[in-house]
Design a protein around this ligand. Structure first.
Ligand code: ADP
Ligand code: MG
Length: 689
C-alpha cells in the first residue's frame, strides 16, 4: 500500500477496497453495493449530508423532537439491561452546566465499552421525552477533546452504516500521498480560485467548518462540470465543418401535398428554418426542433427528409425504441406511398438475413430513407451518401450515439427532435452550437386533455368510464409502472394486472398487453393491433411512453402515478389528445402526502410541458428531474445540472483551458483527459478515441 510522492488518484482507482484495514471480502461486497469498488471510488463517495456539531446547545434549552448537539459529561458508566426478545437497552445520564439528560441506545452491545464515565463528549441526536424526563435516543458521539466538527453522513446500505463508511474514508484519505497530482492545472486553480484536489477531498469528507466545506464542494463540482464540458466539446468537434451535402432546392411545398392535413405555422417555420440552413450555409445544419408532445415534430422531420432525398441523398431517422421506429416506418411508408422514395426499416429485431439485405441496399444506395433504432449506428451499417441524420426523442440518446450516426456520412446535416425542455445553460453544454426551432403551437382542433387525480378505491368508476369511452368507439391505455425485482407486491405488475382485467373486468373487450419482458416483434404485433383498433384497451408498462401515436385513444389511466416524474407523466399523457376527441388522463394514486398531491396536481392544472418541467425541477430537485439519464449525459457524482452558476463557471473554465493549452491532447491536460474518459465510461459512453 505504498504510494510514491506525486501519485495520482488513478492508482487508487485500481486499489481494491479490501486493502483497507477492517474491510474483508464480505464487507467489500457491501461497499460494492453502494458502487464503491476501489479506494479511489470510496474517496469519490461524497457525503449525502452533514451533521453540524459546531452549534452546541445547552441541555436546558433543548427542544423536543429536534436534532441537537450537546457537549456533556457522562455521569455514570452506561448500564445495559435486557428487554423482551433478547434485545439490549443501554442507558446513561449526561450533564452540562445547565442540566442533565438521559441517553439511550438500543441493541448495541459495544456502547458500554465505547463511552467512559466522567469523560466529556459531544452527543448528537433527537430529543424525546418519557415519564422519566428528557432523553436523547441513539445519539452519535465523539470525544469533546477532539473539538466540534461537521460530521459526514453517507448513504448507507443494510449492514453498512455511515460511521463505518466514514472510518474507511478516513483511512483512504490517509493513503493519499503528500502531493496529489491535480487534473486541474495550478494556473487554472489560481485564476478561478479553486482549492487543490487533496484539500478538496479532505474537506468534502471532514470539513473543519462550513467555509472549508463550501470551498471543497465548489472545487469538486467545478471540476466535474469542466470535465463534462470538455468531453462534450470533444464529441462535437469531430465534424461540423463544411458539409459535403449540397442542397440546392427546397421540396417542402411539394411535400405538403402528401399530408392529410395542413401544417401549422409553427411547423412551417421549423421546416423553413431547416431548409434555409441547408440551402444557405456552407457548414452542415445542426438544428434542434423542440416541441411539446403532439406538436407534430414527425411531419417536420419528414418534410426535411424529403427535400434532402430529392436532392439526391439518403436520410436516416433514428428512434429510441423498436415500437417507435416501427410506427414511424408505417407513417413514412404511407406518406411517401405515391412517390419514388424507397423507405426501409432497420432494427435489432429483424432477422439477420433481413438486416444484411437492408444494409446491403443502404450501401448500394437503393434505399433513400431508413428508419431504425440503434441498429443504424452499428459498424455494419454503411450508407452510400448519407445527407441527413435525424434523431427523434433526442434526450433518449447519448451524445456519443448522435455523433456515431453523423459519422456514417461526410458531415451530413443533423436534425434532432425533442419534447423535453432543457434549461438553457445545460442546453448549451448538450447541444453546443445547435440552432433551435421551437414548435409552440398545437395542430388545430386539439382539445386539451382533462386530467384528474383519483384513488384506487375509485377504480370501479374509472373502469366504467373506460367502458363508456370504448363503447363510443374510442380506445384506452392503462399504464403500470415497471416493477423492480424484490419489490413489494402491492405495486401492480403490468402482466398480472392485465390478466386480471382481461379475465374479470373487461372479459368482453379485446385487451392487449405490452411489457418490458416481451420480445420486440411481440410488442410490435400488439401495438399494431392497438393502432388498427383490433384491441380497444392496451395495458402497458412505460414502453409506450415516447412518441406512440394512436389518435383514436382518448383515455389514459396511470396507476401508481406517484412513481413517475412529472415530465414523464406529461409524456405519457401525450399519448392521448392526439386527435379530434376530448381526451382524459386519470392519475391513480393512494399516496396522499401533501407533497405528492401537490406534485400530481400540477399536472391536473396545466398541459404546458415547459411549465411542468419547471415545476418538476423545483419540486423534485434536479437530481431526479431528468430521470434515468434522460438527457444522454453521463452520471454526475457531485455536480447538479440545475446549478446554473456552476455550469456557467465551468463553461468559462473550459473556454480558458482550450484557449490556453490549445489542444486537449497536450501533456499538461493528461490527467484531465483521464477524468473525461472516466466520466464518460461511467455513463457508458466513450469520448476520446
Ligand atoms: P410529436 O411532436 O409528439 O412527435 P407527432 O408528430 O407524432 O407529434 O404528431 C401527433 C399527431 O398529430 C399525429 O397523429 C400527426 O399526424 C398529427 N398532426 C401533426 N401535425 C398536424 C397538423 N398540422 N394538423 C393536424 N394533425 C397533425
Ligand atoms: Mg414524436
Amino acid at each position: 500500500m505504498f504510494l510514491t510522492t506525486g501519485t495520482y488518484m488513478a492508482s487508487l482507482y485500481k486499489m481494491p477496497i479490501s486493502n483497507l484495514n477492517g474491510i474483508g471480502a464480505k464487507r467489500a461486497e457491501l461497499f460494492a453495493k453502494l458502487g464503491i469498488n476501489s479506494v479511489g471510488s470510496l474517496l469519490n463517495f461524497y457525503p449525502r449530508a452533514y451533521e453540524d456539531w459546531s452549534t452546541v446547545e445547552k441541555i436546558s434549552d433543548l427542544q423536543y423532537g429536534s436534532m441537537s448537539c450537546i457537549k456533556a459529561v457522562l455521569a455514570t458508566p452506561i448500564s445495559d439491561s435486557r428487554i423482551s426478545g433478547g434485545r439490549i437497552i443501554s442507558k446513561g445520564m449526561v450533564y452540562d452546566d445547565s442540566g442533565s439528560l438521559q441517553i439511550v441506545f438500543f441493541n448495541n452491545r459495544y456502547i458500554s465499552s465505547m463511552l467512559k464515565g466522567g469523560e466529556e463528549y459531544f452527543f448528537y441526536g433527537r430529543i424525546t421525552t418519557d415519564s422519566y424526563g428528557a432523553q436523547m435516543i441513539a445519539p452519535t458521539f465523539s470525544l469533546a477533546s477532539e473539538g466540534a466538527k461537521i460530521h459526514p453522513v453517507y448513504r448507507q446500505t443494510a449492514g453498512l452504516v455511515s460511521k463505518t463508511i466514514s472510518n474507511a474514508v478516513k483511512q483512504a484519505l490517509s493513503l493519499l500521498p503528500k502531493t496529489v497530482n491535480d487534473p486541474l492545472p495550478q494556473q487554472v486553480r489560481d485564476i478561478f480560485d479553486l482549492c487543490d484536489l487533496k484539500q478538496a477531498l479532505n474537506d468534502i469528507h471532514f470539513p473543519k467548518n462550513r467555509e472549508c466545506l463550501e470551498k471543497a464542494r465548489k472545487r469538486l463540482v467545478t471540476e466535474e462540470l469542466v470535465v463534462l464540458n470538455l468531453g462534450m466539446r470533444n464529441l462535437r468537434e469531430h465534424s461540423r465543418g463544411e458539409s459535403g451535402v449540397k442542397i440546392t432546392k427546397s421540396y417542402s411545398s411539394e411535400f405538403e401535398t402528401f399530408l392529410p392535413f395542413t401544417l401549422t405555422n409553427a411547423q412551417k417555420r421549423a421546416v423553413s428554418d431547416c431548409v434555409k440552413d441547408m440551402l444557405t450555409k456552407s457548414s452542415a445544419m445542426n438544428r434542434l426542433v423542440q416541441g411539446d408532445v403532439g406538436s407534430g415534430k414527425t411531419a417536420v422531420a419528414a418534410s426535411v427528409c424529403y427535400t434532402v432525398i430529392k436532392n439526391g441523398f439518403q436520410a436516416a431517422f433514428m428512434a429510441p425504441t423498436e415500437i417507435l421506429a416501427n410506427q414511424h416506418f408505417e407513417t413514412f411508408k404511407k406518406l411517401f406511398e405515391n412517390t419514388d422514395i424507397r423507405v426501409a426499416l432497420l432494427t435489432g429485431a429483424l432477422k439477420e438475413s433481413e438486416k444484411k439485405r437492408i444494409r446491403q441496399e443502404l450501401s448500394d444506395g437503393e434505399i433513400d430513407l431508413v428508419i431504425g433504432t440503434h441498429a443504424l449506428i452499428t459498424d455494419k451499417t454503411e450508407f452510400k451518401n448519407l445527407g441527413l441524420a435525424v434523431t427523434d426523442e433526442q434526450h433518449r440518446f447519448g451524445v456519443a450515439q448522435r455523433a456515431k450516426l453523423l459519422g456514417k456520412g461526410e458531415n451530413p446535416h443533423l436534425l434532432v427532435m425533442s419534447a423535453t425542455p432543457i434549461p438553457r445553460t445545460l442546453g448549451l453544454i448538450i447541444f453546443g452550437d445547435l440552432d433551435i426551432s421551437v414548435i409552440d403551437e398545437l395542430p388545430p382542433s386539439r382539445k386539451p386533455v382533462k386530467t384528474v387525480l383519483m384513488s384506487a378505491a375509485q377504480r370501479k368508476r374509472i373502469y366504467n368510464f373506460i367502458r363508456s369511452e370504448i363503447s363510443s368507439g374510442r380506445q384506452a391505455y392503462i399504464v403500470c409502472p415497471l416493477v423492480e425485482e424484490g419489490e413489494l407486491d402491492n405495486v401492480a405488475s403490468a402482466e398480472e394486472y392485465a390478466a386480471e382485467l382481461m379475465l374479470k373486468e373487461f372479459s368482453d373487450i379485446p385487451v392487449g398487453i405490452v411489457h418490458g419482458k416481451m420480445k420486440s416483434d411481440e410488442k410490435d404485433e400488439v401495438m399494431g393491433k392497438f393502432a388498427s383498433g383490433e384491441f380497444s384497451l392496451l395495458v402497458a408498462t412505460t414502453v409506450i411512453e415516447v412518441g406512440v401515436d394512436v389518435p383514436n385513444a382518448s383515455v389514459i389511466v396511470i396507476e401508481n402515478a406517484e412513481r413517475f416524474g412529472l415530465s414523464q407523466l406529461h409524456q405519457l399523457r401525450g399519448r392521448v389528445g392526439r386527435g379530434e376527441f376530448q381526451s382524459y388522463c386519470i392519475l391513480v394514486s393512494d399516496k396522499t402526502t401533501p407533497t405528492t398531491r401537490a406534485r400530481l396536481e400540477v399536472l391536473c392544472s396545466t398541459n404546458d410541458g415547459f411549465k411542468i418541467a419547471d415545476e418538476d425541477l423545483k419540486m423534485r430537485g434536479p437530481g431526479d428531474f431528468f430521470g434515468e439519464r434522460q438527457h444522454g449525459l453521463p452520471q454526475m457524482t457531485i455536480a447538479d445540472f440545475a446549478d446554473t452558476k456552476s455550469l456557467e463557471l465551468s463553461q468559462k473554465i473550459a473556454d480558458y483551458i482550450l484557449f490556453t493549452y490549445k489542444d486537449i491532447r497536450c501533456d499538461e491536460l493528461r490527467l484531465l483527459r483521464a477524468e473525461i474518459d472516466r466520466l464518460f465510461e461511467r455513463g457508458g459512453q466513450n469520448t476520446l478515441n
